[in-house]
Design a protein around this ligand. Sequence first.
Ligand code: HEM
Length: 399
Amino acid sequence: MSASSAEAPSFPVRRTCPYQPPDVYREISDRGPISQVTLWNDRRVWLITGYEEARRLLADERLSSDRSYDAYPTMAPHLGAPAARKLVLVGEDPPIHHHHRRLLNPEFSLKHARALRPDIERIVNGLIDRIEEIGAPADLVEHFAAPIPSLVMSALLGIPYEDHAFFQSATAGVMQGRDPAHTEASAAELVRYLDRLVTAQERKPDENLVGRLVAHVESGELSHDEVVQLAMVLLIAGLETTSSMIPISVLALLEHPEQLAALRDGEVPAAVAIEELLRITAVTDFAGVRWITDDIEIDGRVLKAGDGLVVSSTMANRDERVHAEPYEVDLARASRQHLTFGYGIHQCLGQNLARLQLEIAFGTLVRRLPGLRLAVPAEELVMRRTGTMQSVERLPVAW
Ligand code: HEM
């Protein structure tokens, strides 16, 4: 596809409301479930905003996630860094993707996630104790949203939590790099750090995920470098997503007090409420970015081999054919029909763990701090400026 025009608006566009799409997304969706947009580098790609169309396409084997090809659309300048173009798992196609996923799936089963419930409850309660000690106003990003996945992922992977300042800033550097050099340097630091950790596990494996992956090196199913790369992708995917979603969901609740009350009073259980928060916030903004390996006919159009394709979870989650009043926040909707965790073979590996963290985080927060409120006017909240993940820099609250 060729250069930009008025028929292919610029994409992505930064949100102004942290949990609702910018107006132009609605205009794009109104054109139909499949349209064209123009990326920052003038590349024109297909944008999928229809829920069913998105699912059909994300399940299609003629779509590739392999970022090493020029045909793969780069969604922001920093993602052009070589390290961001060779991510294992999320950037792989079958059969290698299947091989890696088969080794990891058991680690992220519902049973495994549920076994972590007591630990996550302890973590979340400990953080709220600390917030109470600090006193209002407290920043929920620094003291709640960032440490929850950080503590959980460090326990799961066997990464020392005392290194959290380093691994939080390095993973943020990869995902939200200021430019390709920042992303590349952050990824290189993470690789060096994780390489040391994996080597130590090879000498004396512990009872954690990296320790178990190392056992696959002995059996010849994985190489040392693959374990390092897998640990890096898990860390990146597990931290930034969850920590970004918590503050903007809290904001959505604070701006919908009747919904907050329904959660606090137990009218809607936290396990149900999080599905609507996932649907509304869609923090990654995209459910998938792909390139097309073979022509695909869909809805009377031909998506050509070599074309790029982006699925907007933000908009597919608001498809009126699936949800009535899709822009309304309604925790009782009790629908898992959203693409916030993607769809098809790359559907989020960590979704059971993410759901559990979110359920415990929101359930505990509203129960323990029933008077929760913003400590600054909402207009003063600053959306994160780099990267494509949607979040706010800080969320000062009182209670
Ligand atoms: C609110 C939290 C989360 C959101 C919104 C989210 C979203 C997503 C999305 C949209 C994808 C699909 C990407 C694609 O198809 O190209 C994905 C994949 C993935 N997610 Fe998550 N995620 C979350 C939490 C987690 C957690 C806690 C982990 C834990 C380690 C995790 C690990 C992964 C991995 C490894 C993949 C790649 C899977 C594959 O390619 O087979 N995610 N996630």
